[in-house]
Ligand binder design. Sequence first.
Ligand code: BGC
Length: 905
Amino acid sequence: MRKVIFLIIHMQLICFILPAQVSVDHLLCENKTNPPGVDIMQPRFTWQLISDKRDVLQTAYEIRVSDGLSTLNNDKNLLWSTGKTSSDQSVHVPYAGAALQSGKKYYWQVRVWDNLKNLSSWSKPSFWQMGLLNSSDWHAKWIQAGYTEDSIQRPSPYFRKKFNTSKNLKSATAFITSHGLYEVLINGQRVGDAYLTPGWTSYNKRLQYQAYDVTNLLKNGNNAIGAMLGSGWYRGYLAWGDNKNIYGKDLALLFQLTVTYTDGTQESIISDESWKSSTGAIRSSEIYNGELYDAREDKNGWATASYNDQHWTGVVTKDFPKTHLISTYNEPIKKHEVFKPAKIFRTPKGEQVVDFGQNLVGFVQLNVKGKKGDKIVLSHAEVLDKAGNFYIDNLRAAKQQNTYILNGNEEEAYEPHFTFQGFRYVKVEGFPGELKPENLKAIALYSDMKPTGNFSTSHALINQLQHNIQWGQKGNFLDVPTDCPQRDERLGWTGDAQVFARTAAYNMQVNNFFAKWMKDVAADQLPNGSVPFVIPNVLGPSSAGSTGWADAATIIPWNMYMAYGDKKILEDQYPGMKAWVGYMEQQSKNDLWNTGFHFGDWLFYRPDDDNDGRAAITDKYLIAQCFFAHSTQLMINTAQVLGKQEDVTKYTALLQKVKDAFLKEYVTPNGRLVSGSQTAYVLALNFDMLPENLRASSAERLVQNIKDYNTHLTTGFLGTPYLCHVLTRFGYTDVAYKLLMNETYPSWLYPVKMGATTIWERWDGQKPDSSFQTPGMNSFNHYAYGAIGDWMYRAVAGIQEIEPGYKKIKIMPHVGGDLTHVAADLQTYYGTVSSHWKVNDGEIELNVTVPPNTNAIVYVPAKETENIKESGKLLSTVKGAKVTGKQAGYVTVEIGSGKYQFTSK
Ligand code: BGC
């Protein structure tokens, strides 16, 4: 007996001294950390294994779920326990326990077993909270202001409600949405840190609400809620001309607060006829035009219980639908980087301008002291003109102007509420006294996506290009992927989004961002399957069906599936994907789609003086046929993943016909395309439109064309993303590098040399003589050409997925250009994948990180295996690194998780 006790103590001691070699962290529910307001009945769980050992794979997991934190380790009270489940799945494991209830909070944790015989401890608990699952769970009523609105300026309506908590508070959750944008305060404090809520969706079909834990904002006793609304995307000016009131002309609020007391009882405070309304300091607010805030109209303390609201009007309740309310799936817009003025100066025209040093999207925060009635006007611009003056012609009709009128109090602080600007420069008018750097701050706003990618090199201009790509993404991922963030446009252009989606998925976690937007694509898809130019569709049903734009319906779901391994987006989008391909089929005659309007290879190279025909025009129907084939191929891939064999057969037959029709119509017997442009060859090669025997010669033609332009690209929106990929695939990485490194127009580095801090809409937005392209179409923050980022991560650093979501990884760096080192890291659901390479005196060092529960094939640049060492040892002696072959200058090595250092000559 004593021996047994001794043994147990001894064992415990060993366990204590030797911590588990594997642990679990980064728990996600529906790809988010502790999300509130989930309305998926079987939310999926993801976790990361943490281990510094090599070759770690999960062999089993155990998940437990409870509706209370304290009951999580009590087996009897669990809602769901998987027990030990043999599986290597650590990403998107669906909940399969008892039915989840509206508004309820659930806790979960997980532990894992690995192939090295380790059992982790239980992870730290995480939670998620369900949203309001049925429209009948909404007891709140839609309310509108009870006064007659000034229909010209449309000042923001303010609402308030005083209430009493009768017992001791335990927790409180607020569910809020609106027609228009909302900002809510409880007891004078802002609810949450999300901006431009409820975000932008196809409002009449899908309206998001947000859920907030507001326990800490409430007090025992008297409380007050204050809410302000802004016109936003709902009824503000959108698109061109006098286009407004797209979703309706009146703003409305829907608010429901569930308070839980310590005795377990609950109470609801809802928007209803007992609320009051008034106007306040926000005299007008528009996304394009900016905000007018008259602080003399401030209603001090209006969102606190002690405020006297006797002069406020009542509200009107409305019977607006609640059946289309959905919880928020993507990350809300939040504040991010803060910029201090880099320079305050006078332009040649004498205007006072602040340079923030970065073209960004957000707004300026103002701190000022002055007299009552002093009026400060902040105008926003992206660039200065040739003479150094403030330039706003490219904003078209968007005013981008915030005006603040002082109330004369001590120090006044202001930031706008329901608007955002795209700018680097701010013109300041009417500032009382001397403007100092501490008076202004620029704040970047964007969807709160987790940064996932780093890419840096030995080349300063390429690093700046990467910076510009990332800032193009930040500035245009405000709830919806937009073309640009500054002029009277800022719309969810489908083409731009599909072109950039793969790059976006390297830089940031965009799984939920696109999952949400794709649902709007499906919601706004036309009955005949055509896909609108912009989503949400604010341009009407006739603006639809352009090749390369509408294909966002198929391309983005597939790209997201590859990047995140999340089948759900394929399942959700499948009907829409099918409908889009069906539309193209219907439009075709003899499998050739050569009708309708198309934007084509938008903004391709076109010299001003084009007498000898240098413009890189590509036949639009040739492009349409290529994308028809590509989307059909993606249908085959998707049907395969989803196990829809009949569709695999159907689309395989269709694809052959589409390619045959292409050959017949657009390819000469000698393999020349009817359009000799780079884009034509790039698309034909990238989408495998040509038979094997014509591919090499076509690639040569492509290279010849590039040389004919003195080694410059000429591609527009549709050719650009694939250009360098095609060159690499056909053995011309050296040419791809020359294009990447090119500093003269048209090239990626030309704008960088011109001082760009974001990606430009046009290759020559600003010409070498510093004059501008036509103002009607000249954004300096347009991410589409930033699609080269995909090639930089995928080919230059060489990080690619073999199995979706990086369960199996390919690391295949391409050493070249003038680069002496490259370092790229990608945060995947499994953990960090890294590929860092450097070249020194003919020796290549490649440092690779492979996260636990994955494995990789590394393409080590070397002629022979004997030339390779790993962490100083001959590769052949390294356990767990298996040489599988040789291929075009690489030795392929299979490895498991861990850190590896390969050196080769
Ligand atoms: C947008 C583009 C968009 C295009 C359609 C423009 O006004 O800014 O990025 O894709 O229209 O060609």
